[in-house]
Design a protein around this ligand. Structure first.
Ligand SMILES: Cc1cc2nc3c(=O)[nH]c(=O)nc-3n(C[C@H](O)[C@H](O)[C@H](O)COP(=O)(O)OP(=O)(O)OC[C@H]3O[C@@H](n4cnc5c(N)ncnc54)[C@H](O)[C@@H]3O)c2cc1C
Length: 477
């Protein structure tokens, strides 16, 4: 198992080509890219803390050794439940992405699909997948997951796009491996991962074989370029010491466009190549696990932080006992605990899938309900935090005013309540980070835009059974 220090040391040999704000930057020298590194390091640290051992680690059925749960393939509902708890815990500890969630979920989706392909098609993807999984587990590597293609014009299929590169696809096949081009967008923490697992973004049809590719690629592989997001939070981090920011160490959920320019992937790292029939299953299984973890549990961890900060702000200004404040805090708790309950249910009602494989997937209805509840409810949680936090959450002066002898006495005098100005400003900044920033839209789209969950829920619900129940009780049958 890697320590945080060993993870940091391992990054020195990676050398990813990263652009941020229009210039090339070094992963370990830039304040924003370092937030990804810090978050990953903290996840490694959590894995070494005895208190969290049970949630963060498990024993691999493939190596027999202790591994990070981020690299585990679930083989029981207990595994699914712990996986969901890990998402919750890391969100509570980081206040940002744990950067290994998509990687873990793509691995779980691939385990079952490669197993199935080999049985039905006589391919050897599953053995290659397991060999690679053992390599990841034995070296305790950080793995990100690349699913979301640039997609171009949504009304056209991949092959109909003006530029085929808007979907990652194979450009050449040789005896040694395949070459791929394209781009995956919104890639959480890929810059700080040792490896990325790439899968198709959606189901593919006959004729779209070149787009039906899944593979593992190491950070720093020639032909890969990371173009990072740049936001007002990036600019602020460049301007001031991190202690003045809303999430000092771990910052925002940092993503990048991951560009593949004729990147060579050796055959031993290719887990799907042209099997269009299996793309739909692959993305559906990924969505199942990701909606339980990233959709439900992870955002509940974020909600815990927002609720805690909001309660503190209420106490600082002496309104915590007012009935409407108690009611609003309770509503925030109701939303987040409902999402958590859906995630727990998704895990506990999980089933072996594919049947006979030994691999487990969460319940689809509860997973979708978890993600949808949190996507809708997060806006309400933000609303109540903004309400209780008061205008100060957006009108606050900089904490730097406390270092200025001309403004410090005023700020201290006028912002002091039950807490001194520094404490109040710090907590208001923390709330600003959540309510006046990137998290609303991020929570909405992460793990799939809500329309996708609505379509899934509608398709999964057994409406015939519900109709029959109604007819029967109404005396119509
Ligand atoms: C913070 C964050 C982190 C993320 N991390 C990762 C990551 O690590 N790895 C990864 O692979 N992805 C990641 N994603 C991407 C995420 O999975 C996508 O944002 C999500 O699936 C939505 O896709 P999109 O962004 O392309 O939105 P779009 O697909 O452009 O959706 C925009 C709107 O168009 C609608 N729409 C889309 N297609 C159609 C259609 N055919 N017909 C009608 N309406 C349509 C949608 O419902 C939505 O209303 C991340 C996203 C966020 C916000």
């Amino acid at each position: 198992m890697k320590t945080a220090g060993e993870y940091l040391e391992s990054l020195k040999s990676l050398n990813p080509k990263i652009f941020l704000g229009g210039r090339q930057v070094s992963l370990l020298d830039n304040p924003t890219t370092m937030t990804v590194v810090n978050a990953n390091a903290r996840v490694y640290e959590l894995g070494c803390e005895p208190e969290f051992d049970d949630v963060m680690n498990t024993i691999s059925p493939f190596t027999g050794n202790k591994i990070s749960r981020n690299l585990n393939i679930a083989t029981s509902t207990a595994d699914l439940e712990k996986r969901m708890e890990m998402a919750l815990l890391t969100s509570q500890m980081l206040g940002t992405c744990n950067y290994r969630c998509v990687g873990a979920d793509t691995l779980n989706a691939l385990a079952g699909v490669t197993w199935e392909m080999d049985r039905s098609l006589g391919t050897n993807y599953h053995d290659k997948f397991l060999a690679h999984l053992r390599y990841l587990q034995e070296n305790d590597l950080a793995v990100s997951g690349a699913v979301t293609d640039a997609k171009g014009d949504r009304s056209k299929r991949p092959g109909q796009q003006e530029d085929p590169d808007v979907y990652v696809h194979m450009t050449k096949k040789t005896a040694e491996g395949i070459y791929v081009s394209g781009a995956k967008v919104s890639q959480s923490g890929a810059i700080g991962a040792h490896e990325t697992i790439v899968i198709p973004t959606m189901g593919m049809k006959p004729g779209e074989e070149d787009f039906a590719v899944a593979f593992a690629v190491a950070n720093g592989t020639p032909g890969i370029t990371y173009i990072c997001q740049y936001t007002p939070f990036t600019a602020e981090r460049e301007l001031v010491e991190s202690k003045y920011l809303g999430n000092p160490l771990y910052g925002q959920r940092e993503t990048s466009i991951m560009v593949f320019d004729n990147v060579f992937i050796p055959w031993e790292r290719v887990f799907m190549c042209g099997e269009t029939k299996y793309c739909g299953k692959l993305i559906a299984r990924f969505a199942k696990t990701h909606r339980m973890n990233c959709g439900g549990a992870c955002k509940v961890g974020f909600a815990d932080l927002i609720i805690g900060a909001t309660q503190l702000l209420a106490e600082y200004s002496g309104v915590q006992k007012a009935p409407h404040i108690v009611d609003k805090i309770t509503d925030m708790i109701r939303i987040s605990e409902t999402a958590r309950a859906c995630s727990v249910a998704a895990a506990l009602k999980g089933i072996e899938e594919p049947s006979g494989s030994g691999f487990y997937m969460p319940d689809d209805i509860f997973g979708n309900a978890a993600k949808l509840t949190v996507a809708e409810g997060f806006w309400d949680i933000m609303k109540w935090a903004g309400d209780i936090g008061g205008g100060l959450a957006v009108t606050m002066p900089s904490e730097l005013e406390l270092n200025n002898p001309e403004t410090a006495p005023y700020v201290n005098k006028f912002l002091k309540t039950g807490a001194n100005a520094e404490v109040r400003l710090r907590m208001a900044k923390f709330i600003q980070n959540w309510c006046a920033g990137l998290h609303g839209a991020g929570t909405w789209h992460g793990a799939g835009s809500p329309m996708a969950q609505k379509m899934a829920l509608y398709a999964l619900a057994d409406l015939d059974k519900k109709k029959s129940l109604a007819r029967s009780l109404a005396g119509l049958e």
